[in-house]
Design a protein around this ligand. Structure first.
Ligand code: NAD
Length: 271
């Protein structure tokens, strides 16, 4: 690649000196995003309620020669949300990008999900993301720039059994993202959502460890494999960087060709 091309691409996708507040940073997807984003120069504020997990991710980032800061965050507590944003701003002076990645699920059918489960899933996935976005947007408004990346799901568009509450929370995330995009564009804030397909992480281990369910999924994924957290990094870099300056209000699916309709079986070909 010529120096000119390298410089153009580096400028377009640069995250250097951008402060990224990432929730769920101790989780399967969040930890890989944290490492990948730190590697290309972002100043990472790693937020999660799992402080031990955060410290481990911070150590992995240090081992790759980069740095990051950890912040305790419980999305079920409004005080914690406010304190976390305040602590990140005190440390870094600004927040350029918010990635709402923390999320939980408990697989119960619609007849069996109880109120506690409903409140907890909605509380983390939707209410927590809503009020964290609100706090962060107040910071972004002051400097008239910012990008919010909301992690939605396949279940915001399609549905797996046992994911009624989870899917409702993720459809809510997609609606929230559209509201953020149209209300906050005037302040220079963009908001988008990423809908990962079936990614192999602790959250989805119950699906991938079940032979019947994993076979069902693989038959529907055109690429015939589960996704990895690293498969999501490119889209996140795009949405976080100035390369997506005119992109807002959309849900971007990264799913190995699953929503397209699944595997086309095997047709004979002369090639
Ligand atoms: N894994 C997949 O296939 C998949 C598919 C679609 C969407 N997603 C979404 O991607 C995101 C990350 O999923 P994952 O697979 O990495 O899950 P994960 O369980 O590995 O990680 C989730 C993280 O969220 C944190 N968290 C949970 N409750 C919290 C709270 N109250 N406050 C702060 N942090 C809290 C956990 O400590 C954990 O580190 C989630 O929003 C999930 O819904 C995942």
């Amino acid at each position: 690649m010529s120096q000119k091309v390298k410089e153009k691409l580096a400028k377009l996708f640069s995250l250097e000196d951008k402060v990224i507040l990432l929730t769920g940073a101790a989780g399967g997807i969040g930890s890989e995003l944290a490492k990948g984003l730190a590697e290309i120069g972002a100043d990472m504020a790693l937020c999660d309620r799992d402080e031990t997990g955060l410290a481990a991710v911070k150590a992995e980032i240090a081992a790759q020669g980069d740095s990051a800061e950890c912040f305790s965050l419980d999305l079920l507590k409004m005080d914690s949300i406010k304190q976390c944003v305040q602590a990140v701003v005190e440390k870094f002076g600004k927040i350029d990008v918010l990635i709402n990645c923390a999320g939980i699920n408990k697989r119960d059918g619609c007849l069996d999900a109880d109120e506690e489960t409903y409140d907890r899933i909605m509380g983390v996935n939707l209410k927590g993301a809503f009020f964290l976005s609100q706090e962060v947007a107040k910071q972004m408004m002051a400097v008239k720039t910012g990008s919010i990346i909301n992690v939605a799901s396949y279940n915001a568009v399609m549905m797996l059994g046992g994911c009624g509450v989870y899917g409702a929370s993720k459809s809510g995330v997609a609606a929230m993202m559209r509201a953020q995009a149209i209300e906050w564009a005037q302040y220079g804030i963009r908001s988008n959502a990423l809908a990962p397909g079936h990614i192999s992480t602790p959250l989805t281990a119950p699906l991938w460890n079940d032979p019947e369910r994993s076979s069902f999924l693989l038959q529907r994924i055109a690429m015939e494999r589960s996704g990895t957290p690293q498969d999501l990094l490119g889209m996140v870099i795009l949405l976080a960087s100035d390369a997506s300056a005119y992109m807002s209000g959309q849900l971007y699916v990264v799913d190995g060709g699953c929503l397209a309709g699944g595997k086309p079986w095997h047709y004979d070909t002369k090639y």
